[in-house]
Design a protein around this ligand. Structure first.
Ligand code: SF4
Length: 232
């Protein structure tokens, strides 16, 4: 862990109210690492996580946001979708995926389920983003912003314990899986986050571009796989 990452993690624990951590005695020839407490407090719930976020100023995105977009949907969902970050409509309303991309996501969830004979509505799943505040001009969140806010995402996913996660787009996939590969390489096959199967597919805003017909077809295929895995 780099000194900067360690500093951020310690600040995060301080924000959670953890005042002390213990450093193990050095053992000769063994790395002198600091053991950190679990990132997920025992008995964690979405309400506790939202309360911990509070009126968050932990990263620079707080300066330009309008509303924190925590997440929305069924707290006991069997399927969770994770996008990159809020856009203008989401920032305005404080809800994830409510703009054009969000409408497409709703159509994808409800339309594909109906075609596949699965009685599923958008309200049955959980939807959130890696960062909870809108990046200015809809830029991609910076790695440090994702590292800080990603701790809340990981707590959300751990509290919900869905049967599967669907990461929407390269940024969400990289933030959760930690690698460098983009959506074209990762999509269509199962990965794992903390033993939870995870599918990567295109972000709906990418699918809104008129020349992305192939990607549309592929993402419908990805979604069918996810829906049958979770609800069959
Ligand atoms: S993006 Fe996350 S960490 Fe940054 S200010 Fe918003 S809630 Fe806090």
């Amino acid at each position: 862990m780099t000194p900067e990452a360690l500093r951020q993690q310690l600040e995060y624990y301080r924000d959670l109210g953890i005042k002390q951590i213990y450093r193990h005695m050095p053992i000769p020839n063994i790395s002198n690492a600091i053991e950190l407490p679990s990132l997920v407090p025992a008995g964690d719930t979405l309400d506790l996580i939202r309360a911990d976020i509070g009126d968050c100023t932990r990263c620079r995105l707080c300066k330009t946001r309008n509303k924190i977009v925590f997440g929305d949907g069924n707290p006991n969902a069997r399927l969770a979708f994770v996008g990159e970050g809020p856009g203008a409509d989401e920032d305005e309303q404080g809800l994830p995926f409510v703009g054009r991309a969000g409408q497409l996501l709703t159509q994808m969830i409800e339309g594909t389920s109906a075609k596949e004979g699965i009685p599923l509505k958008r309200a049955d799943v959980y939807i959130c983003n890696v960062v909870k505040c809108r990046p200015p001009e809809n830029r991609t969140p910076e790695p440090d912003e994702m590292e800080i806010c990603g701790q809340f995402l990981f707590r959300q996913l751990s509290a919900i314990k869905p049967k599967a996660i669907c990461a929407l787009g390269s940024t969400a996939a990289k933030a959760i899986l930690g690698g460098k590969d983009g959506v074209t390489k990762l999509r269509g096959k199962w990965h794992k986050w903390n033993d939870i199967p995870l599918m990567v597919t295109y972000h709906p805003s990418y699918l809104l571009r008129p020349y992305n017909q192939n990607a549309k077809r592929e993402s419908w295929e990805d979604l069918k796989k996810v829906l049958h895995f979770v609800y069959d």
